[in-house]
Design a protein around this ligand. Structure first.
Ligand code: COA
Length: 258
């Protein structure tokens, strides 16, 4: 993998988009590398949480690589979008929490990658936006859909129509990010949170992610049915037995992922 790095820590992993001279713009090679990295992480039971960040001081990712985008035609454009959507869906459906540590520009495909993560921690210097309109196109890696779900249709419409960038504090106010941190603390604070999540029961983490993810696609009644079914499934895990037993014995639980 040449466009990103993958570092394993104690219980979690850090994936770093690594084209800093191009502000980590997402090209076809990086999409393939992301697909391979998240597939590897999916199969690695020692990894219980993932942090996704960008190399260098300026950018998380400044969008799809515009030199590749420029080559698209009406017949290839759809596949271009679908390739990006497959990777964002893989991240969203990983079954382990993925936290974006947004260390600078998160524009276009960069904002879309961040939105596919389950949580977003941003540095005070981060900037978010969907500037595709300025190139004469629309977001294609899920931006029009996930932005609406995160910030509501009014603000999402404003952002995709205007292409304007918003600073981290505004992104926080809109619900686009979970936390804003000083740039110097971003990665360490995000990694501490990843370590905290890595100490939880993996199958319960996965169940939380599944239940929350399907909420926006279901009616309340359907969602409640789904929640009860997922709840029942998790009650059958060894980690549930261990978690409740540990509480009753006034000790810390040891979760195995079974
Ligand atoms: N695709 C390809 N290359 C990109 C890129 C992208 N999305 N974003 C930045 N780069 C490249 C620049 O071309 C430049 O390369 P060069 O040094 O070989 O000329 C390098 O990254 C640094 O970018 P630069 O524009 O010089 O930095 P800046 O600080 O002046 O501006 C931005 C930063 C983010 C405002 C500006 O780079 C930008 O508008 N990028 C495009 C954002 C966008 O439209 N994204 C959506 C794409 S669908």
């Amino acid at each position: 993998m040449t466009t990103l790095t993958l570092d394993r820590r104690d219980g979690y992993a850090v994936v770093t988009l690594n084209r800093p001279d191009k502000l980590n713009a997402v090209n076809a090679e990086m999409l393939a590398d992301l697909d391979a990295a998240f597939s590897e992480l999916d199969n690695d039971t020692t990894v219980r949480c993932v942090v996704l960040t960008g190399a260098g001081p300026k950018a998380f990712a400044a969008g799809a690589d515009i030199s590749e985008l420029h080559e698209q035609t009406s017949s290839t454009g759809r596949q271009f979008a679908e390739r990006g959507q497959r990777v964002t869906a893989r991240i969203e459906r990983l079954g382990k929490p993925v936290i974006a540590a947004v260390n600078g520009f998160a524009l276009g495909g960069g904002c879309e990658l961040a939105m596919a993560c389950h949580l977003r921690f941003a540095s005070e210097t981060a900037k978010f936006g969907q500037p595709e309109i300025n190139l004469g196109i629309i977001p294609g890696y899920g931006g029009t859909q996930r932005l609406v779900r995160l910030v509501g249709p009014a603000k999402a419409t404003e952002l995709v129509l205007s292409g304007e960038m918003i600073p981290a504090e505004e992104a926080l106010r809109l619900g686009l990010v979970n936390r804003v941190l000083p740039a110097a603390d971003l990665l360490s604070a995000t990694e501490s949170f990843a370590a905290l999540l890595a100490s939880k029961a993996p199958r319960a983490l996965e169940a939380c992610l599944e239940a929350v993810r399907i909420a926006s696609d279901l009616s309340l009644l359907e969602g409640l049915h789904a929640e009860a079914s997922i709840f029942g499934r998790v009650c059958g895990t060894e980690d549930f037995a261990e978690g409740t037993q540990a509480f009753l014995e006034k000790r810390q639980p040891t979760f195995t992922g079974r």
